[in-house]
Design a protein around this ligand. Structure first.
Ligand SMILES: *Cc1c(COP(=O)(O)O)cnc(C)c1O
Length: 406
């Protein structure tokens, strides 16, 4: 075993279960193991625990308990919202709207629906990663039934103008779903104030367990089932409830919402310190995404004249856990669809780094990571033929040219 200290800066990928969450879950694995569908007390106590968890989460987002459905995660919630709604409302129309920067759980779901004969508009985004409300309105057709635009992007942290988009959707009789997996517990969310009809969230992104998520479905919204079977979730989502997971999710959400403002301010100041240091101390670097409309925990930069895989490996050897964009993209050679959508050329998108802060992240952690990053980039550039070409004046720096134009 190596004794290198580990610095975890990949909280957008997943988070550790908090001790309070684990404590709340533990009894439901052992003595309180009952099936919530059973009528004897052991089963009823499990059923009560699920009902209490549902009520807790509903209150946090301004919903009614019966509008909250538990799922196996964010991906299932996205699949269910989009496939379930599209199919249930196909008689009204077969056109959907989403954005080019969605998580694959939304994009691949939309592609699957295209194979069923639905039509999908993938809205472009601006340089900061935001959808334009005017583009959104222009994309709405008489046969559009649903729009799905994410609350916050998992790679570059960009926040979308959710209330504005939902309002436009409703003016045209279109339902509005948002993948809020990255925003839930981080940004203020009130489903009524924002006009959200359906919303996906996932426990493991906010210090809850993996394998449990939720779909909020506004009363009156018609949705086909995705998982048929028993009568769980009022007959809308079969499978015996993941009782410990659901209890843990509610506990994690309760804590995250209670600590949200203080934690948001703390992480935002570390984030801005990181952005300032990298911008000032590392040449040929660009911040990806919007600075103004950004999650408090997201730092995403591209570096020229290096190759991202080498950077991640060298940082990993120094105990630093970061990613090149999204866990789904790492391991593949295709550059991230999000970075391409904000207009990055392939060669720049390839040299990208995402650091996502969490509740355990300190300023010292981030400073150590940035010091390591500086060394790593200097090493990689020293070996890079492209950087040699740049130094000899044979090629220009795309990032520096872009900055000059601003
Ligand atoms: C992580 C993530 C998901 C998938 O959630 P799972 O619970 O892992 O299925 C969906 N959307 C976004 C934006 C995410 O960050």
């Amino acid at each position: 075993m190596s004794t290198t200290k580990q610095i975890y800066l990949d909280n957008a990928s997943t988070t550790a279960v908090r001790p309070e969450v684990l404590d709340a879950m533990l009894p439901y694995f052992t003595q309180e193991f009952g099936n919530p569908s059973s009528i004897y007390p052991l089963g009823q106590r499990a059923s009560d625990a699920v009902a209490a968890a549902r009520a807790t989460i509903a209150e946090l987002i301004g919903a009614k308990p019966r509008e909250v459905y538990f799922t196996s995660g964010g991906s299932e919630a996205d699949n269910w919202a989009i496939k379930g709604f599209a199919r249930a409302n196909a008689a009204k129309g077969r056109h959907l709207i989403t954005s080019a920067v969605e998580h694959h759980a939304v994009l691949h779901t939309c592609e699957a629906l295209e194979r069923e004969g639905f039509e999908v508009t993938y809205l472009p985004v601006d340089a900061g990663g935001r959808v334009s409300p005017a583009d959104f309105e222009a994309a709405i057709r008489p046969d559009t039934t649903l729009a799905s635009v994410m609350f916050a992007n998992n790679e570059i942290g960009t926040l979308q103008p959710i209330a504005e988009l939902a309002k436009i959707a409703h003016e045209h009789g279109v339902a509005f779903h948002t993948d809020a997996v990255q925003a839930f517990g981080h940004e203020p969310i009130d489903v009524d104030a924002l006009g959200i009809d359906m919303m996906s969230a996932s426990a493991h992104k906010l210090y809850g367990p993996k394998g449990v998520g939720l779909l909020y479905v506004r009363r009156g919204v018609k949705l086909d089932n995705l998982i048929d079977g028993g009568q769980q979730e009022r007959g809308h989502r079969a499978t015996t409830e993941n009782v410990p997971g659901i209890v843990g999710f509610a506990k994690a959400a309760e804590l995250a919402f209670a600590e949200r403002e203080a934690e948001h301010a703390r992480q935002e100041s570390i984030r801005d310190h990181a952005i300032e240091r990298i911008s000032a101390e590392i040449p040929h670097a660009r911040l990806n995404g919007s600075h103004e409309h950004r999650l408090a925990n997201n730092v995403n930069f591209s570096f020229e004249f290096i190759e991202g895989e080498g950077m991640l490996l060298q940082l990993a050897a120094r105990g630093i856990c970061v990613s090149s964009g999204s866990a789904c993209t790492s391991g593949s050679l295709d550059p991230s669809h999000v970075l391409l959508a904000i207009g990055l050329p392939h060669e720049i998108a390839h040299g990208s780094l995402r650091m996502t802060l969490g509740r355990d992240t300190t300023l010292e952690d981030v400073d150590f990571a940035i010091d390591s990053l500086k060394t790593t980039l200097a090493n990689l550039r020293a070996m890079s033929p492209l950087y040699e070409d740049y130094k000899q004046g044979r090629v220009e720096s795309i990032i520096d040219n872009e900055k000059k134009q601003k």
